[in-house]
Design a protein around this ligand. Structure first.
Ligand code: NAP
Length: 282
């Protein structure tokens, strides 16, 4: 068995962002309105501050305006909901990103649901989950959406394949499985209560690792020729898959970093321009 081919998320994300920048410039020229992404940050968690700043910088480079709202850590759910409702009603804002996780005192679901579905460019609302699940047009969760773009770019058709998604979080594992199901894969979800994870993973034609446990998935559990998508990002740039052993058995594999990671922001920017295009009737 030869070594797996790498799925280059950095290069694909660059192409998507370049295309998005062209579309943003064209939209601005045609309508006189620049697409605008509002980012909302509650508190000052260093990782969240970095992520939000990165999203703003990338937006700017792609010709997308950004508006940033910073709220104190002690903000109540009610106040946060009020802020999100104002942004949802503001015609100058086309997309809204609420950085999470937030403090435990905040009802995260109530906050997400205050985002108007037509501005939910991060794909976090019930409405977006429903359209993802039914395979209908709408906004996708950015990391799962990025994963699907990677599969498409490398001509991996999920139809009829056995896909095993390890992880079932609302923003990653669950929507990744729903998007694969909508594309006719036979999907199995694994999680912390799954017994004999190795045996389940061994059956997969497509493995999506979305756990947050360094190198949980070993090469010996990868079916020869399988496609391995590692969405995990653990301290020290380590994925959820043991890359060195998995690369010997997979046919395609995402590196960490440079695989799934760059696709997340690219999807966010692309969906912001999609949202602006629809809202401006252009
Ligand atoms: P999360 O909310 O903590 O969810 C982790 C999931 O993994 C849960 O469903 C959990 O099961 C499951 N799990 C935990 N231990 C397990 C085990 N030993 N065996 C099988 N399943 C297990 O995490 P997340 O937000 O989905 O993120 C997952 C990983 O993706 C993290 O490394 C994160 O940094 C990364 N990530 C990357 C991007 C990106 O842009 N590349 C974006 C988001 C997240 P239970 O449901 O039973 O608890």
């Amino acid at each position: 068995m030869t070594q797996a081919r790498l799925m280059d998320g950095t290069a694909l994300a660059r192409r998507i962002v370049e295309d998005t920048a062209r579309r943003a410039a064209d939209l601005t020229a045609r309508t006189g309105t620049t697409p605008c992404l509002a980012t909302v940050l509650v508190g000052a968690d260093p990782a969240s501050v970095t992520y939000v700043r990165m999203k703003q910088n990338r937006s700017r480079k792609a010709g997308i305006a950004s508006r940033h709202v910073e709220l104190p850590a002690a903000t109540t759910t009610e106040d946060l909901v009020g802020t999100l409702e104002e942004l949802s009603a503001d015609p100058a804002v086309h997309g809204i990103l609420l950085q999470h996780p937030m403090g435990a005192h905040i009802d995260e679901r109530a906050a997400f649901e205050a985002i108007a579905p037509e501005k939910d460019v991060d794909g976090v609302t019930f409405a977006s989950f429903a359209t993802m699940s039914f395979g209908l047009p709408g906004f996708v969760s950015c990391t799962p959406g990025g994963i699907m773009r990677l599969l498409d770019a490398y001509d991996v058709d999920p139809s009829g394949k056995r896909a095993v998604v390890v992880g079932r979080s609302a923003i990653l594992g669950k929507p990744a499985g729903m998007l694969l199901l909508a594309r006719d894969a036979t999907v199995t979800y694994c999680h912390s209560r799954t017994t004999d994870l190795s045996a389940v993973v061994r059956e997969a034609d497509i493995v999506v690792a979305a756990v947050g446990r360094p190198q949980l998935i070993k090469g010996q559990d990868i079916k020869p020729g399988a496609v391995v998508i590692d969405a995990g990002y653990n301290p020290g740039n380590i994925g959820d898959v043991d890359f060195d052993s998995a690369v010997e058995r997979a046919s395609l594999i995402t590196p960490v970093p440079g695989g799934v990671g760059p696709m997340t922001i690219a999807t966010l920017l692309e969906q912001t321009v999609d949202a602006a295009t629809r809202q401006l009737g252009a």
